[in-house]
Design a protein around this ligand. Structure first.
Ligand code: CO8
Length: 257
């Protein structure tokens, strides 16, 4: 694992990916993106990890794509490189992923945060998509996700770089699930991860899979998917345990089976 990205297991059930390239405000080089993808895949494959958190530093979650690296590439080199696939690998992470955002969360950095399921923002966080100022567009899902999140008109103001969202606005608009004092996003994200890790893991992951279907499928197909998923969960030992624990007025002990 390279130095720019660390993968840790801070406590049972939770994995942590930290972008640690503060001198470049965590700009997303090929290496950083690859390490994030590899880190998440390692956490996905680890049966002891139920939830992951992705975090940057105090000044920046990530200030977007590495523009020095972009300057040295043409479109052919970009296409042949690992970036596009790395983004798909990140989106394919199938356990809950919480982003802890402090400071700048720009361009590809904003898209990385939007690739998570929940965002915890520290006051002082700033979200923007400045790509059009560079002759680019948010090519890693930012346009599609922000239009779905904010609606067409509000999203365009952000996507044309006319609107930077501070942490409070991001929270009011539903982009950030929680707003916490500056410097407390990681702590709050880890607390959230710990709570999610205590829930029935197969059910938590099935909800994420269903939510992904909801993004793509017509309503009737989505409901059909959810029904099948519900029946599959009904057959799990964890559902037996969860229901029994409720009736016996005790905390459930879920095993992920
Ligand atoms: N790439 C490379 N280096 C960067 C980047 C970046 N994105 N952002 C900051 N840095 C570097 C600076 O060059 C500087 O380096 P040095 O100390 O050697 O001069 C260091 O980080 C600190 O930055 P600043 O001195 O600029 O700090 P300021 O506090 O003055 O400003 C800003 C902070 C406002 C964040 C400013 O650095 C900035 O505007 N950065 C660029 C932001 C940007 O435009 N990001 C979007 C990039 S485009 C993109 O993300 C497209 C993604 C599309 C993905 C498609 C996939 C298919």
């Amino acid at each position: 694992m390279g130095e720019a990205v660390r993968v840790e297991r801070p406590f049972e059930g939770v994995g942590l990916v930290v972008l640690d390239r503060p001198d470049r405000l965590n700009a997303l080089s090929d290496e950083v993106l690859l390490r994030v993808a590899e880190g998440l895949e390692a956490l996905a494959a680890d049966p002891d990890v139920r939830v992951a958190v992705i975090a940057g530093g105090e000044r920046a979650f990530a200030a977007g794509a590495d523009l020095e690296a972009f300057a040295a590439q043409d479109a052919g080199a970009y296409l042949a490189g690992p970036r596009a696939r790395a983004w798909r690998r990140i989106w394919a992470f199938d356990k809950p992923l919480v982003a802890a955002v402090e400071g700048y969360c720009l361009g590809g950095g904003f898209e990385l945060a939007l690739s998570a399921d929940l965002i915890v923002a520290g006051e002082g966080a700033r979200f923007a998509q400045p790509e059009v100022n560079l002759g680019l567009l948010p090519g890693a899902g930012g346009v599609q996700r922000l239009v779905r999140l904010l609606g067409y008109h509000r999203a365009l103001a952000v996507l044309w770089g006319e609107r930077t969202l501070d942490a409070g606005e991001a929270h009011r608009l539903g982009i950030a699930h929680r707003l916490v004092p500056r410097g407390r996003a990681l702590e709050a994200a880890l607390g959230l991860a710990r709570r999610l890790a205590a829930k029935a893991p197969l059910a938590v992951r099935a909800v994420k899979a269903s939510a992904r279907v909801a993004l793509e499928a017509p309503l009737s197909a989505g409901i059909e998917h959810d029904f099948k998923s519900f029946v599959a969960l009904f057959a799990t030992a964890d559902a037996r345990e969860g229901i029994r624990a409720f009736l016996e007025r005790r905390s459930p002990a879920f095993e992920g089976r």
